[in-house]
Design a protein around this ligand. Structure first.
Ligand code: MRU
Length: 343
C-alpha cells in the first residue's frame, strides 16, 4: 500500500483520498494550515490517520514559530492545536494526538526551543510508527475470530487508508488473509461520501483480497440470504460504556447483524477509546454539507434544488449491539473497556 501520510523533506505528504480511486495523487503541505484544510476536506480521513496527521500538523506548525522564548513559543503552538481541534469533532484520535504533543511540549520546559522543535518532529514520527504497530497487533488478535471460508461485511473504510498503514477492521481482514484463510469481503458503498465504494474496494483490490461491493440498503438482504458470517467495522470514538461512534450507517448494520445472529465486531486502537465520555449520547456528531447528500460525490445532482437535508457524518451504535471490541491489547466485551484501559 502507498503511505497515507508521511514526512517528506520537512513537509507533510498526503495521499489525496478525495481523488481515489480515479487518481493516485499526493499533496505536499509545507504550511500547517494546508494540512488542517486537507483534514476538513477528507483528503486524509479515518480516525487513526487523522490522529497521526494532527501530530504532524502540530510539529510542522511548531517549526514555523519564530520565537525562541519558551512561553511565547508554547502560546503559538497551543493556538495551532486549537485551530486543528476545530477541524472534525467526532474522531477522538484528533484530540488524543494534539494532547500528546502538548504534553510533550510541557514536559520539555527549560530546553532550548530548537531542541523542542526537533523533539516534536520525532514524536509525530513515533505516533505514526506506533499506529502501524498497533494495527498489526489488532490484526493478530482479530484474525483469531475469522474462520476459513467466511464472508465479512464492512462499512466505510477502516483500512490502511484510514490509518498510517495496515488498517483496523481491514487490518484484521488482512491478517486473516495472510494466515491463508479463504475469506471474502462485502463492502457497503457508504453513502454519502462513498468511502466503501471508492476506498475499501480499491484498497482490497490492490491486495487481491476478494471484495464485492454492495449498496448500503443491500446489507439486510445479504444477511438474510446467509451470505454474511461476521461484520467488522472501525470506530471514530468509543465511550466508556462501550457505545461506538462510527460512519453513518454503522448502527443500521449492527441492528441488522443482531437480528440475524451475526457477530458484530469493532476494531479500534486505544487512542479511539475515550473514557472521559461516559456514553455515546455525549459524543459530538459532525454535521457536514448538504451537497454531499444532494449530489453523487460532488458530481451529478440527485435531488431538487433547495430540499432540506440531514447529513450527520457519524452515528452511535449502542454497546448492546457490539459483540466485542478488537484492540491492540486483545478482544474485549464493550463493558470491559473501562477496566482494561485506564486513562
Ligand atoms: O468521515 P471519515 O471517512 O473520516 O470516517 C471514517 C470512519 O468512519 C471510519 O470507519 C473510522 O474512522 C475508523 S478508521 C480506522
Amino acid at each position: 500500500m502507498v503511505p497515507t501520510v508521511e514526512w517528506k523533506d520537512g513537509a507533510v505528504k498526503l495521499l489525496d483520498q478525495s481523488r481515489l480511486p480515479g487518481q493516485v495523487q499526493f499533496v505536499l503541505c509545507r504550511h500547517y494550515h494546508e494540512v488542517g484544510e486537507a483534514i476538513r476536506e477528507l483528503k486524509v480521513r479515518g480516525a487513526p490517520a487523522i490522529g497521526v496527521t494532527a501530530a504532524m500538523v502540530v510539529a510542522l506548525g511548531a517549526q514555523s514559530v519564530e520565537s525562541t522564548d519558551y512561553d511565547e513559543f508554547t502560546k503559538h503552538v497551543e493556538a495551532i492545536g486549537a485551530d486543528l481541534a476545530a477541524t472534525r469533532p467526532t474522531a477522538v484520535n484528533l484530540f488524543w494526538a494534539i494532547d500528546r504533543m502538548m504534553q510533550l511540549l510541557r514536559s520539555l520546559k527549560g530546553k532550548p526551543v530548537p531542541e523542542i522543535k526537533q523533539e516534536l518532529m520525532r514524536e509525530s514520527q513515533r505516533i505514526l510508527e506506533e499506529d502501524i504497530a498497533l494495527n498489526r497487533a489488532m490484526g493478530r488478535h482479530g484474525a483469531e475470530l475469522i474462520r476459513d471460508g467466511q464472508t465479512i461485511l464492512t462499512h466505510c473504510n477502516a483500512g490502511a487508508l484510514a490509518t498510517a498503514g495496515f488498517g483496523t477492521a481491514l487490518g484484521v481482514i488482512r491478517a486473516a488473509w495472510a494466515q491463508g484463510k479463504k475469506i471474502r469481503v462485502l463492502a457497503d458503498e457508504t453513502r454519502p461520501v462513498l468511502q466503501g465504494a471508492r476506498l475499501t474496494a480499491w484498497e482490497l483490490m490492490q491486495d487481491q483480497i476478494p471484495v464485492t461491493l454492495i449498496t448500503d440498503n443491500m446489507a439486510g438482504a445479504v444477511m438474510r440470504g446467509g451470505m454474511v458470517q461476521l461484520c467488522i467495522v472501525g470506530a471514530d470514538r468509543i465511550a466508556a460504556n462501550g457505545d461506538v461512534a462510527n460512519k453513518i450507517g454503522t448502527y443500521s448494520v449492527a441492528v441488522l447483524a443482531k437480528a440475524h445472529h451475526i457477530p458484530f465486531y469493532v476494531a479500534a486502537p486505544s487512542s479511539t477509546i475515550d473514557l472521559k465520555t461516559p456514553t455515546g449520547d455525549a459524543i459530538p456528531i459532525e454535521q457536514r454539507a448538504a451537497e454531499e447528500v444532494t449530489s453523487l460525490f460532488g458530481g451529478t445532482s440527485v435531488a431538487p434544488e433547495g430540499v432540506p437535508v440531514l447529513n450527520p457524518a457519524f452515528d452511535i451504535t449502542p454497546a448492546e449491539y457490539v459483540t466485542a471490541i478488537i484492540t491492540e491489547r486483545g478482544v474485549f466485551k464493550p463493558h470491559e473497556l473501562a477496566k482494561h484501559f485506564c486513562q
